[in-house]
Design a binder for this molecule. Structure first.
Ligand code: GLN
Length: 201
């Protein structure tokens, strides 16, 4: 089983490391041919507008969208969540996403005054202690379609506007989190994704 990490920009190395620790063989994906034979793909955190632009420059956008429509399992963290969303609020005017997740996300939703924050969150389907989640200029999910499963919400917000906001979702073979599990030593989200990939394969 090989899982790719879209390697146009962002925290690619962290995802490769944690997926390897989960027992997956991994491959950075920069060109179309590197999509061949993948059983899953991770869209990393970084800057969604940059990843969007580079995906068009490198002619990766079309084949990647086709692979996602064809059922390739994908996990997006932070910018990756934005890229999987069908609808974006507060994006750049020409910003496109790959889509697939029937959600509306708000980019940089938690506001400039709290560029980054941390919270202990519990995710449905992930057992054990609450997960220490790192949010960096993160999106939240503002609206979900009927087939989307909400896996987690902000639990201890300083800002009342952030309280209870959706920060983890799943729809079939697509998984997304607002936070960056690849930046902590907690491999449980990646393990969850690896098991989704196994189920699909
Ligand atoms: N704010 C970034 C964006 O719009 C996401 C930040 C992140 O991935 N840490 O893409």
């Amino acid at each position: 089983m090989t899982i790719g990490v879209l390697a146009l920009q962002g925290d690619v190395r962290e995802h490769l490391r944690i997926l390897t620790a989960c027992g997956a063989s991994v491959r950075p994906v920069r060109r179309t041919s590197e999509l061949d034979g993948l059983q899953g793909i991770v869209l990393p955190g970084g800057e969604s507008t940059t990843i969007d632009k580079l995906s068009r420059v490198f002619h990766l956008r079309e084949p990647l969208v086709a692979a996602l429509r064809g059922g390739l399992p994908a996990y997006g963290s932070c910018a990756g969540m934005i890229l999987l969303a069908d609808r974006v609020l507060d994006g750049l005017p020409d910003q496109q996403t790959f889509g697939g997740l029937d959600v509306t996300v708000r980019r940089n939703a938690f506001g400039r005054q709290v560029d980054s924050f941390e919270d202990d969150v519990r995710l449905e389907g992930i057992d054990g202690a609450a997960m220490h989640a790192v949010f960096i200029r993160a999106p939240w999910v503002e609206q979900v379609g009927p087939d989307v499963q909400v896996l987690g919400r902000v639990e201890h917000a300083r800002d009342p506007a952030a309280a209870g906001r959706i920060i983890a979702v799943r729809q079939g073979a697509l998984l997304a989190t607002s936070f960056h599990p690849e930046m902590s030593d907690d491999a449980r989200v990646h393990r969850y994704f690896v098991s989704m990939v196994r189920e699909t394969a």
